[in-house]
Design a protein around this ligand. Structure first.
Ligand SMILES: [Cu+2]
Length: 285
């Protein structure tokens, strides 16, 4: 129990700790979001904070009215209760005020949905393809393609995160508008990375789009977020965000490998099959 309380306090205060890398990761008993690493997540966090203020204000007002009513109209003070059951003005007010609150919430919410949808100025494309149970990544502009599998618990090195470590990380440059295309080859998966504010379903036969502009270098972790079968918990996402120059170096180190792929052999020349002589139709008896 004490251990749980310690983790709870540690987790909830973890956002105050300064880590050498800006990238965040999940913490035991964590409350709240991971530290934002993208412009989309910045906006999600601020909308969330506005909503928290609204929701707490409503809860406080309702709690106050409830307590006030219980106290003011208690049986000893108010032995003969009122039998009023309708009041048109009050009913109009308590319908209109929630509608106005929802309208106020809807405006920034739709704006954010539109902002998260796609970038008009993509500088790089990453395609994430879900498989049962691993992710395949494709950099269409650079001819790079690889699969990314989980590192099993018995092969983890010191400092590795259980269930989040992959054999090959996705490498992405910071301060770059990156278009992310998500699809799947079998069932519905979901490419989700909390620090970037991304959770995009990977649907077979469909190409979903989202985008990210990463602020800080570091290692970021995510997981498949759509129940996709027995290996659902074992297809993590690991992104290594690097500077633009490091990204160019990474591209250079990966390109020859990709280009050295054996080109498919030319198909053997097709020799025309000897045309069969037309057989005379069997005579009818
Ligand atoms: Cu899944």
């Amino acid at each position: 129990m004490l251990q749980k309380i310690r983790l709870l306090v540690q987790g909830s205060l973890s956002f105050l700790l300064v880590t050498p890398l800006w990238a965040d990761k999940p913490h035991p008993w964590q409350f709240g979001f991971q530290k934002s690493a993208s412009s989309v997540m910045d906006k999600i966090t601020s909308l969330h904070n506005i909503l928290l203020i609204i929701i707490f204000s409503i809860a406080a007002l309702v709690a106050f009215l409830l307590l006030f009513t219980i106290y003011r109209f208690r049986a000893s003070k108010n032995p003969k209760p009122s039998t009023t059951s309708h009041n048109t003005m009050i009913e109009i007010i308590w319908t209109l005020i929630p509608v106005m609150i929802l309208g106020v919430i809807a405006v920034p919410s739709f704006k954010l949905l539109h902002y998260m949808d796609k970038t008009n100025h993509a500088e790089l494309t990453l395609k994430a393809i879900g498989h049962q149970w691993f992710w395949e990544y494709d950099y269409p502009e650079h001819n790079i393609n690889f699969n990314s599998y989980i590192v099993p618990a018995d092969q983890l090195k010191k400092g590795d995160l259980r269930l989040l470590e992959t054999d090959q990380a996705v490498v992405l440059p910071i301060d770059t508008n990156i278009k992310i295309l998500v699809t799947s080859t079998d069932v519905i998966h979901s490419w989700a990375l909390p620090a970037y504010g991304i959770k995009q379903d990977a649907i077979p036969g469909r190409l979903r789009e989202t985008w990210v502009r990463i602020h800080n270098t570091g290692t970021y972790y995510g997981q498949c977020s759509e129940l996709c079968g027995q290996g659902h918990g074992f297809m993590p996402i690991k992104v290594q965000a690097v500077s633009k120059s490091d990204f160019q170096n990474w591209l250079a180190s990966h390109k020859p490998k990709a280009e050295a792929k054996p080109t498919p052999a030319a198909p053997p020349p097709v020799t025309p099959a000897p045309t069969a002589k037309p057989q005379p139709a069997p005579e009818k008896k």
